[in-house]
Design a protein around this ligand. Structure first.
Ligand code: ZN
Ligand code: ZN
Ligand code: ZN
Ligand code: ZN
Length: 312
């Protein structure tokens, strides 16, 4: 990955930690003052963001470390492991919120004056929306699963905050605290759902699930655009490690090519895929065609790719 991208990722991660600290402190303190479970659930959610964003920041520092002799594939998987922890923490928090919401609903209380809470939540919504959009943009630019998970959380906070605002207004108007508890339970469910999604994407990467099909189709297109110089390819394997996409495949080319020519086209295709697919690392194993060459004889034999440069 480019150095500029790494710097951008780190900056975004630091920014996300600061935003989460600010939001959680303002929400939790107001929630405790007003004794609002709905607001507290939103504050706990932001408090988790602090924890999660901090883990993200540390793991990102780790994951941009270049490959070394102990970790020749780089340190990208640290990001996926951190995301997995994030999912587990979120899942537990969601369960706690639901439990607390149900427990609280058993007591009948009159709603206090939620005016200050409503104001704090509206401001939080605006901040979360802005932070989420910013992280989403940088996450996309740098193709970082961590920043994308992080941004998803902030954008989601915008909705839950709006839900809390509506619940507090209803509680205020109706004089009944139950709306506050209902929103706490709903947020709990939402948190569990999002935890499950993050859990799935991080386990996919850890289990070396293939990269998205549209990227595989793009690789297919790049390789086949070099026929008849190449005859076919097979055994393509793809997986992810953090932002990095690892791709390997067998490429079949004419047996009459000498090693230098075969290597040249192989190297050329490796570089072309790496140039067109962001953050990819390609290894190609080259094979000779069978006796009955499926490629046209004149096209297949001693053909040089016009744009192929020298490899190493
Ligand atoms: Zn093969
Ligand atoms: Zn051939
Ligand atoms: Zn080419
Ligand atoms: Zn080479």
């Amino acid at each position: 990955m480019k150095l500029a991208d790494e710097v951008k990722k780190m900056k975004a991660a630091r920014f996300s930690v600061a935003a989460a600290i600010f939001l959680s402190v303002s929400k939790v303190s107001t929630a405790l003052m007003l004794n609002s479970l709905g607001m507290l659930s939103s504050g706990v959610d932001s408090l988790m963001d602090v924890l999660v964003s901090t883990i993200n920041f540390i793991s990102m520092k780790q994951s941009v470390q270049p490959a070394d002799s102990e970790h020749p594939y780089g340190h990208g998987k640290v990001e996926n492991i951190a995301s997995l922890f994030q999912a587990l923490f979120l899942g537990i928090a969601g369960l706690l919120l639901i439990g607390e919401g149900i427990r609280e609903a058993l007591y009948v209380r009159r709603a206090p004056d939620f005016g200050a809470g409503i104001l704090v939540m509206i401001c939080s919504s605006i901040i979360s929306f802005w932070v989420g959009r910013r992280l989403a943009r940088i996450g996309k630019e740098t193709d970082s699963p961590l920043l994308q998970a992080d941004s998803f959380h902030f954008v989601m906070d915008t909705y839950t905050n709006t839900g809390v605002v509506i619940a507090l207004i209803l509680a205020q108007l109706q004089g009944r605290i139950i709306f506050d508890q209902i929103i706490a339970i709903l947020i709990g469910l939402w948190v569990i759902y999002s935890a499950f999604k993050i859990f799935r994407s991080s386990t996919d990467a850890l289990m070396d699930k293939y990269i998205p099909e549209d990227i595989q189709r793009e690789i297919n297109r790049i390789i086949l655009s070099h026929s008849p110089e190449i005859i076919e390819y097979h055994k393509m394997r793809t997986r992810r490690s953090g932002s990095l996409k690892l791709i390997d495949l067998h490429l079949v080319t004419c047996k009459d090519k000498n090693l230098d020519e075969a290597h040249r086209i192989t190297d050329h295709i490796e570089k072309e895929i790496e140039a067109l697919i962001k953050n990819s690392d390609v290894v190609i194993h080259v094979e000779p065609c069978h006796l009955e060459c499926p490629a046209r004889k004149e096209a297949c034999k001693f053909l040089y790719h016009p744009e192929s440069g020298g490899g190493e």
